[in-house]
Design a protein around this ligand. Structure first.
Ligand code: MN3
Length: 200
């Protein structure tokens, strides 16, 4: 069953002033749609054509050589962006609480230290990619991935991910990726991140 583009879970202007409306329109309607279309094209006729995207991304090795990279990039793009939209919400920001807050403090020292690690991962990702908070099976970690590589392909559960491709910020922030990363915290739905954490 072919994938379809999930609707953005809030209006395009809902994350203003941190992410501008035009960026959200192009990012969701054009970029994410292209990942969906290209993932479908790559998977067509393969044994994983009917598999959920999470399953595809953990079974990439089973795909024919000729389509594996295309599926990795585009199914990864579909999965990562779906997670990204859901990680953000209007009225987001602030700090996590409860078990998630404790786990972050325990793993990184403090919430501020944690944010610094994510920012460093985002800035340090040369070219296009993502910075993540993941659960790696034993605890929390901050990692980055290039391109549309998804943490689940590496047996890590993503709890939070920030897109550092230029298409995610260039219209509003131009080359100032660090400023985008600072502003992005104001969009984070900690309730959603906590929900993913408690499912681990
Ligand atoms: Mn993107």
């Amino acid at each position: 069953m072919a994938y379809t583009l999930p609707p953005l879970p809030y209006p395009y202007d809902a994350l203003e002033p941190y992410i501008d409306t035009k960026t959200m329109e192009v990012h969701h309607d054009k970029h994410h749609q292209a990942y969906v279309d290209n993932a479908n094209a790559g998977l067509e006729g393969t044994a994983l054509a009917d598999a959920p995207v999470e399953e595809v991304l953990t079974r990439l090795a089973e795909l024919p050589d000729g389509v594996r990279a295309k599926v990795k990039n585009n199914a990864g793009g579909h999965y990562n962006h779906t997670l990204f939209w859901e990680t953000m919400a209007p009225g987001g920001g602030g700090e996590p609480d409860g078990a998630l807050a404790s786990a972050i403090a325990s793993a990184f020292g403090s919430f501020e230290d944690f944010k610094g690690k994510v920012k460093a991962a985002g800035i340090g990702q040369f070219g296009s990619g993502w910075a993540w908070l993941v659960h790696d099976g034993t605890g929390l970690a901050v990692v980055s991935t290039p391109n549309q590589d998804a943490p689940i392909s590496d047996s890590k559960t993503p709890l939070l991910g920030v897109d550092v491709w230029e298409h995610a910020y260039y219209l509003q922030y131009q080359n100032r990726r660090p400023d985008y990363l600072d502003a992005w915290w104001n969009t984070v739905s900690w309730a959603k991140v906590a929900e993913r954490f408690s499912a681990c």
